[in-house]
Ligand binder design. Structure first.
Ligand SMILES: *[C@@H]1O[C@H](CO)[C@@H](O)[C@H](O)[C@H]1NC(C)=O
Ligand SMILES: CC(=O)N[C@H]1CO[C@H](CO)[C@@H](O)[C@@H]1O
Length: 181
């Protein structure tokens, strides 16, 4: 091998190694969850991931799947609540506002968008999409404008929305470690 092709060879190996270790890096659950608001929730979630792989990419993929399931469950719950609100105009208005924040215009769209970006390796954009999910979930529970009195919701919806917020927060941390190895 002459000097030129040898350095090319080294270069190619280097690039292959860098691109495959990017994100495939293992960061332990403790490190990921340390900065998350609810540590217990975070470690329970990540430790419940089925399968062997414990790298950041696998955690991100799992987190997006869980987020999608929870967003879908939340949408189904909201539809039930709208149907049950009958002549309660205020309740109906609140749940319709929440539906807007969770369905195809809101969180559901953003989860799918995050998954698309994630598959393409565009982790910055995936991270922004999951960040926007948190805003939508919080608008549903706390109201859209600051200082607004939240609707006194006694249904399961705040709990469901909170789960979505937490998973999005955890995903934000995972993407942070992927982007800044
Ligand atoms: C944190 O998450 C755990 C597990 O889901 C839950 O039992 C606990 O109530 C949560 N704590 C707070 C402060 O939300
Ligand atoms: C509130 C809610 O729907 N939480 C669920 C979110 O998804 C996880 C994993 O699928 C479930 O364990 C939670 O119950």
């Amino acid at each position: 091998m002459n000097k030129m092709s040898y350095s090319c060879f080294v270069m190619v190996i280097f690039i292959l190694c860098v691109s495959s270790s990017y994100g495939a890096k293992v960061v332990d659950v403790d490190t990921i969850c340390k900065g998350v608001i609810n540590y217990t929730y975070c470690s329970n979630l990540l430790n419940s991931k089925p399968g062997e792989s414990r790298d950041l990419i696998s955690f991100a993929e799992y987190g997006i799947e869980v987020a999608r399931v929870n967003v879908t469950n939340t949408i189904n719950l909201i539809r039930t609540l709208i149907a049950k609100s009958g002549s309660n105009v205020e309740a109906k208005r609140h749940y319709k506002m929440c539906l807007y924040h969770f369905d195809e215009e809101g969180a559901l769209n953003l989860v799918d968008e995050a998954l698309e970006y994630f598959k393409k390796g565009n982790y910055d954009s995936a991270s922004q999409s999951v960040g926007a999910i948190q805003v939508h979930a919080s608008d549903c529970v706390s109201g859209e404008s600051p200082g607004e009195t939240p609707y006194p919701d006694t249904s399961q919806l705040p709990k469901y929305a909170h789960a979505v917020t937490q998973i999005s927060e955890i995903l934000g941390h995972i993407f942070h470690f992927i982007i800044h190895p």
